[in-house]
Design a protein around this ligand. Sequence first.
Ligand SMILES: C[S@@+](CC[C@H](N)C(=O)[O-])C[C@H]1O[C@@H](n2cnc3c(N)ncnc32)[C@H](O)[C@@H]1O
Length: 319
Amino acid sequence: MRAPLASLPPRAADLADRILERNPMHRGFLERAVAQLSPDEASRLERYLAFADAQGLTPDHLAECYLTVVGDALREQVFFRRHGRYRYSRFAEVAARVYDDPEFMHRYMYGLAMTVFLWPNHLAMARFFERTMPRARGGAYLEIGPGHGYYLMTAVASGAYDSVRGIDVSAASVAQTRAVIEHFCPTHAGHYQVEQRDFFDATDLPPESADAIVMGEVLEHVEQPDVFLRRIAEVARPDAFIFVTTCVNAPAIDHIFLWRSPDEVDALVRACGLEIVEALRLPYEGKSLEACAEERLTVNLAYVLRKASAAPAPERARG
Ligand SMILES: C[S@@+](CC[C@H](N)C(=O)[O-])C[C@H]1O[C@@H](n2cnc3c(N)ncnc32)[C@H](O)[C@@H]1O
């Protein structure tokens, strides 16, 4: 059998070489990850790298983008082990360091896009999205925090929606999302819009107006995830497809809301007027969910949700 990295198409193999030149310790992880890619996924990674090339990004730069995300995760893991919490807890602290820093955000989002293929848990969530996203429903698709834009681009490319809208607080994410759609869906201009906005401020979205709502890896980035989930329940049509991913015990520079168990997230989702249709709980590589709970290791979570048939009772005021 060929070694996994040798089976990659040329751009991806070159990227893997450049990553490993800089970080030889990453070899085992990368080989195991690449072994999981189907030929179609490897060829999608190849096309993504061709897109990055068309944006003028060199293979060395892309390797550095990817290692920015790996390095950040390691650094924040050390902080988390030492202090038992994420480094930051306020949106404003993170906005200044991350979302409003175009250079960092550029590296971070290109790096994160590559993890969709090169991190098995991220790949599993992307497969879950591909499998569950309705393609015959039409209507309005809304995505909160598209970031690198790969999921939003998938929705545009599917041609399944009458309108596609993305809302992201970071100018760099908005630019990257537009670029990836323009590259992969050149004939879809006018069928989508991507706006720079904080979803907290998007109070003008009409109730029951969205047929699909997608929010990948955003809930852990906000101070009040319950407000986001309630708002999603409000904006969703009664039969809307709702896809949300998040993570527990997952330190990163911009993660400010710390969930300590998947059950906590399930409970919040339900308390916010949403029902769980299907869920994935993806433990840290090589560990069981039980070991993750004991050792406070990262678990990635992905949900297909729907609006609960009965609205939850309003919260009682304290005091
Ligand atoms: C980690 S990235 C997620 C990218 C992609 N959705 C994914 O699943 O890989 C988080 C994105 O959410 C955006 N974001 C964070 N807080 C936000 C908010 N309050 N409103 C809108 N977007 C937000 C960030 O700018 C960033 O682009």
